[in-house]
Write a protein that binds this ligand. Structure first.
Ligand code: GUN
Ligand code: ZN
Length: 430
């Protein structure tokens, strides 16, 4: 962490609330000649350059004009051991898991492989502007160790956990109810709250956990209410039917998790596509967070997430890549495909809400908006600098962009890692 003061000069976009409509200018701050003052890894001030510069003393000045500086992106659902699974052809969820994903994850028993891939994983997400993620590691304790150790080395705010899975998976990729409890407990003791790390208790999904393991997950949640909890919910019709066979007592898919005490505002439920009315009621009552994974839902042919329907009921929805079911590490490309999924349902994703979503919105879903997701003084200095003219095609389109919303929409639809000019993690260039 740097103790030297740094002043970033450039255009600033920061959100103070969720924009309620395309016309709502009250939820964001946009400054043409802006500055962010950083000290000790935190944002000390942000505002107009002239004003912030008066507090800057002997700060090093880095000029990012004419690029746009905003809070680093947050990806609240991604699979660290799937960096070599992304773009695997032809299957829907269950075959895709069995044919590609499980064999690849088996290799993470090897600490050297886990460590090497952790480095590659962070290189990727940072290159795409993501400064915080919530990840599934493999079943092996060693994969979670590699994941957290590499995050600590880079001073990144990362959340994750080893998956608990004790059935319907190949040899070398199953734990047991007791070992999954013991390993998760040990990892929580080692990593939760250490530096910027937080632990997510991670029963992979209903199909790969026996009721005995789900009980162990419930025990962990009861013993560690400050940990996150993550799993998958109602992604695919075959998955839902198999879950009903495996848990005949459950009222529906969500009830598998609910009856084991897993639901709260700390819970992230990947996909949440094919939901029944009772399940939606339970999400609303418990505050559990549905996570929209657009590129994955299209790639695996899973279905269309009903963002507006859920929001109208009062859920707080997150948005994420789900690499390697997802096809891009880019939260910009995630917004691009998300926009189209919502179009198919006559729902609309305005660029201001889109950029709020991948920054402050996801931070709110994690209950962490006081630390990450905005440029407010006191926040950790995790920042992305974006160039809306990064490619010739984007530059050509930008010749006719007159408003901030138009520029953001070009980034939302055409942007990817090429549009990421610079990333700062806790105030240091990544
Ligand atoms: N359900 C259980 N595991 C997974 C996974 O790794 N990816 C996706 N997309 N869905 C899952
Ligand atoms: Zn997933």
């Amino acid at each position: 962490m740097t103790t030297q003061k740094t002043l970033l000069r450039g255009r600033i976009l920061d959100f103070v609330a969720e924009p309620q409509s395309p016309e709502d200018d009250s939820a964001h701050i946009h400054i043409e000649d802006g500055a962010i003052l950083i000290e000790g890894g935190r944002i000390v001030a942000r505002g107009g350059f002239a004003e912030v510069n008066r507090q800057a003393g002997d700060a090093e000045i880095i000029d990012h004009r004419p690029h746009l500086m905003m809070a680093g992106f947050i990806d609240p659902h991604i699979h660290f051991p799937q960096v070599q699974v992304i773009a695997s052809w032809g299957a829907q969820l269950l075959d895709w898991l069995n044919n590609y994903t499980f064999p690849a994850e088996t290799e993470y028993a090897d600490p050297a492989h886990s460590a090497a891939m952790a480095g590659r994983f962070y290189d990727q997400i940072l290159a795409h502007g993501t400064t915080t993620a919530v990840a599934y590691c493999s079943v092996h304790k060693t994969s979670a160790r590699a994941y957290f150790a590499e995050a600590a080395r880079r001073n990144m705010c990362m959340i994750g956990g080893k998956v608990m899975m004790d059935r319907n998976a190949p040899d070398g990729l199953r734990d047991s109810p007791q070992s999954s409890y013991d390993d998760s407990k040990a990892l929580i003791a080692e990593w939760h709250g250490r530096g910027r790390a937080q632990y997510a208790i991670t029963p992979r999904f209903a199909i790969t956990s026996t009721p005995e393991q789900m009980e162990m997950a419930g025990a962990l949640v009861a013993e560690h209410p400050d940990c996150f909890v993550q799993t998958h919910l109602s992604e695919n019709h075959d998955e839902i039917a198999f879950t009903a066979e495996l848990y005949p007592e459950a009222r529906d898919y969500l009830d598998v998790y609910q009856s084991h005490g897993l639901l709260s505002e700390k819970m992230l439920l990947g996909h949440s596509i094919h939901l029944k009315p009772r399940e939606i009621d339970a999400l609303v009552e418990t505050g559990a967070r549905p996570v929209f994974c657009p590129t994955s839902n299209l790639f695996l042919g899973s279905g269309l997430f009903d963002d507006a329907g859920l929001r109208a009921r009062g859920t707080i929805n997150a948005i994420a890549t789900d690499v390697g079911g997802g096809t891009s590490y880019s939260m910009l490309q995630t917004l691009n495909e998300g926009y189209k999924i919502l179009q198919l349902q006559r729902q609309r994703l305005h660029p201001l809400r889109a950029f709020h979503w991948i920054t402050r919105g996801n931070a709110v879903a994690l209950g962490m908006e006081d630390r990450i997701g905005t440029l407010a003084p006191g926040s950790d200095a995790d920042i992305v600098v974006l160039d809306a003219r990064a490619t010739d095609a984007m530059a050509l389109r930008m010749e006719r962009a007159e408003t901030l919303a138009e520029e953001l929409f070009v980034l939302q639809i055409m942007g990817d890692d090429r549009a990421v000019a610079q990333v700062y993690v806790a105030g240091a260039p990544a």
